[in-house]
Design a protein around this ligand. Structure first.
Ligand code: C2E
Ligand code: CA
Ligand code: CA
Ligand code: CA
Length: 282
């Protein structure tokens, strides 16, 4: 990826391998995707490392197109963000996750919290809180069953604003996670002020575990900092037993990754819930 200056102080990210034409094609079909019902949510379970208890599911957006099958998020989320289409798409995702949380609660899986990715453009809208409140009311979902995943980039330059928005969301009952932690620009000073529940250590750190002492030290420090600040800490992208063992040895609370489970289609997710009652051997 490269950052391109598209004028008006507006920077966009584009994929070099993607020419303008295919970008336009994606943009045009993206505009119709919601009404054509081409979006789905897949769910990736998250577990407590100590006892293997299920704590939640991350909702991951999938675009199932008639012509090309599944288009990966990395191919369309950047375009959706550039064009603002992420706003209606993000609302669709949150509404869908809220509806699913009501269904799971009715089925007796009340402990499942669904983590929803919120793009910074979405979070920065002045009516973000209103639109979230509207979706909650409409779906009758409980905010405590929803975790909002935001990235460090939401806060750049608007710390006070971010803190007050996050505080309101927390008052409403939402859980807040800081996604992709370690890849952005958060200062340590600002970490101590943010009203969040959980830090998600980015997969790039996890994939290097046991290969570099320096990397292992950083991960250890992130876990210690999270604990000291009373945040839960989850490692994303856990793929190997060795990575899991290291995370356990440094007292990381929670894990998510292919080792435990890939993101699941709803029907597979339901089968997983029924068969395991949300508990796996870790
Ligand atoms: P993310 O939020 O960091 O999500 C985690 C990504 O890592 C997902 O990719 C997931 O499938 C993948 N993953 C999980 N475990 C493993 C593992 O063990 N190994 C490896 N190699 N990968 C793993 P996915 O689903 O392709 O999503 C990519 C990104 O797209 C997400 O990164 C997120 O930034 C964005 N995204 C996905 N759904 C949404 C959405 O509903 N809204 C917004 N705004 N962004 C979304
Ligand atoms: Ca995420
Ligand atoms: Ca992440
Ligand atoms: Ca990531």
């Amino acid at each position: 990826y490269k950052v391109k200056d598209s004028g008006k102080n507006h920077y966009t990210i584009y994929n070099e391998s993607m020419d303008n034409e295919s970008q336009l094609t994606i943009e045009n079909s993206l505009r119709k995707a919601i009404e054509r019902e081409e979006f789905e949510l897949h769910y990736q379970p998250q577990f407590m490392l100590e006892k293997g208890q299920l704590i939640g599911m991350e909702a991951l957006l999938r675009w199932n197109t008639a012509s090309q099958g599944y288009v990966p998020p990395s191919d369309f989320i950047p375009i959706a963000e550039e064009t603002g289409l992420i706003l209606p798409i993000g609302e669709w995702v949150l509404r869908e996750a809220c509806k699913q949380s009501v269904v799971w609660e009715k089925q007796g899986f009340a402990r499942i919290r669904i983590a929803v990715n919120i793009s910074s453009l979405q979070f920065q809208q002045s009516d973000f809180i209103d639109s979230v409140a509207k979706i909650l009311a409409e779906t009758e979902a409980k905010a405590t069953c929803i975790e909002l995943e935001i990235t460090e980039s939401v806060a750049i330059g608007f710390i006070e604003n971010t803190i007050s928005k996050l505080s309101k969301l927390k008052e409403m009952g939402f859980h807040i996670a800081m996604d992709d932690f370690g890849t952005g620009y958060s200062s340590l000073q600002y970490m101590s002020k943010l009203p969040i529940d959980r830090i998600k250590i980015d997969r790039s750190f996890i994939s290097l575990l046991n290969t570099s002492n320096k990397n292992d030290t950083i991960v250890k420090l992130i876990v210690m900092m999270a604990k000291g600040l009373n945040f839960k800490v989850i490692a994303e992208g856990v793929e190997t037993e060795n990575q899991k063992a290291f995370l356990k040895s440094i007292d990381c609370d929670e894990v998510q990754g292919y080792l435990m489970s890939r993101p699941l289609k709803l029907e597979d997710c339901n089968r997983f819930l029924t068969e395991t009652e949300g508990r796996v051997q870790l």
